[in-house]
Each structure stands twice: as structure tokens, then as C-alpha cells.
Write a protein of this length. Structure first.
Length: 144
């Protein structure tokens, strides 16, 4: 009688397992840079949405809305008056640094949607440096 065993040896199983572990660890390390890119995009999207909301709030309620950025505390907020609670308050990642260029870290959306100041704000991340530019008139802004 023939004694056939239809299985794998321990060495063959360990070899396949080690190859699988190497391939999966390479995949994990290649995805890590994507996390910071996604974090940057999420922050920029949230900031733009909050600014649009503040502008629309100022127009619809006919009140000035102040935008205050506190880079030392990694947060920004939008408020009507200092004695009232903020309309929006957001904390952001410590990997993101907001710095003034020609636009101060405090500006207002007027009740017609325009801004009281215009200029450029720098947004520095681990990957890139972005410029948020607030244009004179109509309160338009863009990030590049």
C-alpha cells in the first residue's frame, strides 16, 4: 500500500505565511502617506464649508459674522458677538498650521456677504503649503 499524504509541510506553510506578511506590511506602509493627504483635504473642505456657511448666515440673518482663527490652540470659530456662543467652533489637527500673510486671523462677513478685510492666509501641512485668498468685494475666496 502506498502512504500518500496530501498536505503541506510546516516549512512550506511558514514560507507562504511570511511572504503574505511581507506583502501586507508593504501595503500598510505605502498607505500611510495617503492618510495625511486625506487629512489635508478633509480640513480644507471643512474650512471652506464653514466659511460659506458663515457668509450665508450673515446674509440670511442680516448680522455680521466674525471669523476668528486661533492657531496656537488649533481651532477656529465663527460668532455673532463675543458674549454669545459661537455659531461654529472647530478644532483641527496639530499637523496643520494656519498663519497670516496679508489677511489677519480675524475678519468679518458683513450682512451683505462681503468681507471687511481681504488678503491671503497660509495653510501649512506636512505635505504642502496652501494659500487661502479672500478677494475684495462679494466675499469670494479660494484655496490653491
Amino acid at each position: 500500500m502506498k502512504n500518500d499524504q496530501n498536505g503541506f509541510t510546516l516549512i512550506e506553510s511558514l514560507l507562504v505565511l511570511s511572504i503574505f506578511m511581507i506583502i501586507s506590511s508593504i501595503t500598510v506602509f505605502s498607505l500611510k502617506p495617503q492618510h495625511s493627504v486625506l487629512e489635508d483635504e478633509a480640513f480644507l473642505t471643512q474650512l471652506k464649508a464653514d466659511l460659506y456657511y458663515s457668509q450665508q448666515y450673515a446674509i440670511s440673518h442680516q448680522h455680521e459674522v466674525s471669523v476668528v482663527i486661533l492657531p496656537a490652540q488649533y481651532k477656529y470659530y465663527m460668532l455673532l458677538r463675543p458674549e454669545l456662543p459661537p455659531i461654529i467652533m472647530r478644532n483641527y489637527s496639530k499637523n496643520i498650521n494656519l498663519a497670516t500673510s496679508t489677511l489677519p486671523l480675524y475678519f468679518k462677513f458683513l450682512n451683505d456677504g462681503n468681507v471687511n478685510q481681504f488678503g491671503t492666509l497660509l495653510i501649512q501641512t506636512n505635505n504642502k503649503t496652501y494659500q487661502m485668498t479672500v478677494l475684495i468685494g462679494k466675499g469670494r475666496f479660494y484655496v490653491k
